[in-house]
Design a protein around this ligand. Structure first.
Ligand code: CP
Length: 315
């Protein structure tokens, strides 16, 4: 069934990304509006989350919508054997838009095909995390003043990291140079390297992670090694602490360089870095509120013009 779901960022054009950034800017100026009064937003989280769920719910609340949903699938009738399709059909009876995180790759695509209401993919397994990518793009734009011609270093779990997979797809319009830093066990999958080649995206692979390797980074995008994606926990133990960003490694960093991390962090960034001008991960998470306000409005067919003309600003 055709609707305005957001399943992947891969098909978004440069113009569409810039349009959504402009929307996010409007919401950053005035986050509290009643533009979704009378609407219901459902948040269905089949996997744990702090930021994504709470920022989507905050976004909905600040726009005057009401929120239903669950943060733990154990409290749902899925435990009695109800299928994902039936769950989506039921929730579609109640809500105007469904935000869903699921542990299976492709679950969001499937939900969008059976749902009469728009689905927003809040992360499907190791596949994609498009709303995270919108807030990452917004954060890059805010800190660099452009999305064009940047050196972007992706560090850590590049195999299972859905945020880095989505970011590569979205950045293809902006002539980036990517640098992939990961242990062999968590290297960028061939599929995404092939994607880079097919889309003319330059990339360099590194094993070293030190001050000289990252000296020309504009964006240093750290990721967590995700224990929950490993079938072999001994392998997880071997690789989990391999790439820790230490403050001393920033000695040669560019002035404009910003460190991003989708969070949660476990042992990837020394806490002493939090107070440096390079740390941007907490502001990045805040940007998620504005980016997600834009995405909820967009899938509901509310335009940038509607938002700019809206008179229901509360503060
Ligand atoms: N970045 C992110 O997806 O965080 P959560 O898992 O806390 O939602």
């Amino acid at each position: 069934m055709a609707n305005r779901s957001l399943v992947t960022i891969s098909e978004h054009s440069r113009e569409r990304i810039e349009y959504l950034i402009a929307m996010a800017q409007e919401f950053e100026k005035h986050p509290n509006r009643r533009i979704l009064e009378g609407r219901i937003v459902a948040t269905l989280f089949f996997e744990p989350s702090t930021r994504t769920r709470l920022s989507f719910e905050t976004a909905a609340n600040r726009l005057g919508a009401k929120v239903i949903g669950f943060a733990d699938p154990k409290v749902t009738s899925g435990t009695k054997g109800e299928t994902l399709k039936d769950t989506i059909m039921m929730v579609s009876n109640y809500a105007d838009v469904i935000v869903m995180r699921h542990y299976l790759e492709g679950a969001a695509q499937y939900a969008s095909e059976v749902s009469p209401k728009p689905i927003i993919n809040a992360g499907d397994g190791a596949n994609q995390h498009p709303s995270q990518t919108m807030l990452d793009l917004y954060s890059i734009y805010k800190t660099q003043g452009t999305l064009d011609d940047l050196n972007i270093y992706l560090v850590g779990d590049l195999k299972y990291g859905r945020t880095v997979h989505s970011l590569i797809a979205a950045m293809r319009h902006f002539n980036p140079t990517f640098h992939f830093i990961a242990p062999d066990e968590l290297a960028m999958p061939d599929y995404y390297k092939m994607y880079c080649k097919e889309n003319g995206i330059r990339y360099v692979e590194h094993k070293d992670f030190d001050a000289s390797t990252i000296a020309d980074a504009d964006i240093l995008y750290m990721t967590r090694v995700q224990r929950e994606r490993f079938t072999d926990l001994e392998e997880y133990e071997r690789v989990k602490d391999r790439y820790l960003l230490k403050k001393a490694m920033l000695a040669r960093a560019r002035d404009n360089m910003k460190i991003l991390h989708p969070l949660p962090r476990v042992n990837e960034i020394e806490y002493s870095i939090d107070d440096t001008p390079y740390a941007y991960y907490f502001q990045q998470a805040q940007n998620g509120l504005y980016a997600r306000q834009a995405l909820i409005c967009d899938v509901l067919g509310i335009t940038l013009e509607d938002i700019r003309n809206d008179k229901m600003i509360i503060s």
